[in-house]
Design a protein around this ligand. Structure first.
Ligand SMILES: Cc1cc2nc3c(=O)[nH]c(=O)nc-3n(C[C@H](O)[C@H](O)[C@H](O)COP(=O)(O)OP(=O)(O)OC[C@H]3O[C@@H](n4cnc5c(N)ncnc54)[C@H](O)[C@@H]3O)c2cc1C
Length: 390
């Protein structure tokens, strides 16, 4: 058994680390200042400029196939890079990306939606959640009715990341209520903002925020269907599947950074004439954090490896998402505790991470949904205890 990274994985990981350390981390204080003034940490033009700088460094389209100018990296390498991105709270991500399901687009749709998204000229959002259907995504009610060569879309989507900035939305709508969304009754549509949907920003405990999308008789041509009629639910699950290993990969980077901050603080802060790190109470928090971090790392890398092997990654990814999201919440909480009163202030970014990582247990499948998947797989004998080594 070999737990080492290959030379190539290490080289790419180290180059990403170098870029983020040199070009992104120096922006942290400015990002904090802006966010405290209720402004975005980075605006769209600044993000794009950084992404173009990263492109010159060789980072463009981590998951994007080479024929579209991307790197088409294996999932394990992508996971390592997402971990590096997690080490800073600057809202930066590498450019040249598009939603994984946009690659199902027709040639015409590719020109209109996919290619400008990869180039960063257009911003997309993906909308399946509704006020009445989140975890139970098969229960969506947002309706699309056929009208000649068009479809008429009515309903509301909610909690949509990028919903307020997006130029177009990938919307999953019910096209055949008889069948039900899960069994071919839902379809994905590519819907330009110019068709008349509107968005309403939702304030959250995190920085930035999702939006509700409101569709009131929005007319969409039939050619804007993504994939096939009836394929919407499967495409939605495919979209969500990607985040199940990238989100906990990001969590690992956050945990690495805050744990290092906690260790540095424990080695310098003195109480009762000694460094706080000499107390067993502090040592145990550090030990538990490192152990859980390491456990999450291997769960997540195994999930990514499963993707690369062409195996069904859902079980491994659910374990990685469940454990990684919980782990980062516990590690950030302990790091905040070790910093005492300072941890609670906005002088330090720990409270920001504390608010940010709470989301990781909720979006793209709550903890409870991951547990549902993991236990259901075992109970019906789809997976075996011991995974691929069993
Ligand atoms: C900031 C943010 C960004 C988001 N981005 C997007 C996006 O881009 N696109 C998109 O489509 N959606 C997005 N979402 C929606 C997100 O995926 C949902 O919020 C999530 O799936 C949970 O759905 P819900 O909020 O309706 O909670 P509910 O489904 O109502 O669940 C409420 C609680 O009950 C629990 N629960 C539900 N059913 C069961 C059960 N059977 N057994 C045990 N417990 C259960 C849940 O785990 C949860 O704890 C986003 C959400 C947030 C907060």
């Amino acid at each position: 058994m070999d737990f080492a990274l290959s030379d190539e994985e290490r080289a790419i990981r180290d180059t990403a680390r170098d870029f983020i350390t040199r070009e992104v981390m120096p922006l942290e204080q400015e990002v904090l200042r802006r966010e405290r003034a209720h402004r975005p940490g980075l605006d769209r033009a600044e993000l794009r400029e950084l992404q173009l700088k990263a492109r010159a460094f060789g980072f463009w389209g981590l998951a994007t196939p080479e024929e579209y100018g991307g790197m088409d990296l294996p999932a394990v390498t992508q996971s390592l890079i997402w971990t590096e991105l997690g080490r800073t709270f600057v809202p930066f991500r590498f450019g040249g990306e598009a939603d994984n399901i946009l690659f199902h687009a027709t040639e015409e749709q590719k020109r209109e939606f996919l290619l400008p998204t990869i180039e960063g000229e257009r911003v997309s959002c993906f909308a399946i959640t509704e006020p009445g259907a989140g975890s139970d995504a098969a229960n969506i009610r947002f309706r699309a009715r056929r009208d000649g060569d068009d479809w008429i879309l009515d309903g509301e989507k909610t909690f949509i990341t990028n919903g307020n900035d997006a130029d177009f939305a990938i919307v999953v709508a019910v096209t055949d209520p008889e069948k039900g969304a899960r069994h071919g009754g839902a379809t994905a549509f590519l819907v330009d903002r110019a068709t008349g949907w509107r968005s309403e920003f939702i304030q959250t405990m995190g920085e930035g925020g999702p939006a509700s999308l409101i569709f009131d008789g929005v007319r969409v041509p039939h050619r804007n269907i993504l994939g096939e009629v009836g394929q919407g639910f499967d495409l939605g699950m495919q979209w969500i599947g990607k985040g199940r290993y990238t989100i906990p990969s990001h969590a690992i980077g956050i945990a690495e950074r805050v744990l290092q901050m906690a260790i540095d603080h424990a080695n310098t802060r003195e109480t009762f004439g000694a460094k706080i790190g000499t107390n067993q109470a502090i040592q145990w928090m550090i030990a538990d954090s490192e152990t859980e971090l390491e456990a999450a790392r291997w769960l997540v890398l195994r999930a990514a490896w499963t993707v690369d092997q062409g195996m069904d990654p859902r079980h491994a990814s659910s374990m990685g998402k469940l454990y990684g999201a919980g782990m980062v919440n516990r590690v950030v909480d302990r790091a905040l505790q070790i910093h005492g009163g300072m941890g609670y202030t906005r002088e330090l970014p720990i409270e920001r991470w504390y608010r940010q990582v709470r989301l990781y247990r909720i979006f793209e499948g709550t903890d409870e949904m991951q547990r549902l998947i993991i236990s259901r797989d075992l109970l019906r004998g789809y997976t075996r205890i011991g995974g691929h080594l069993a």
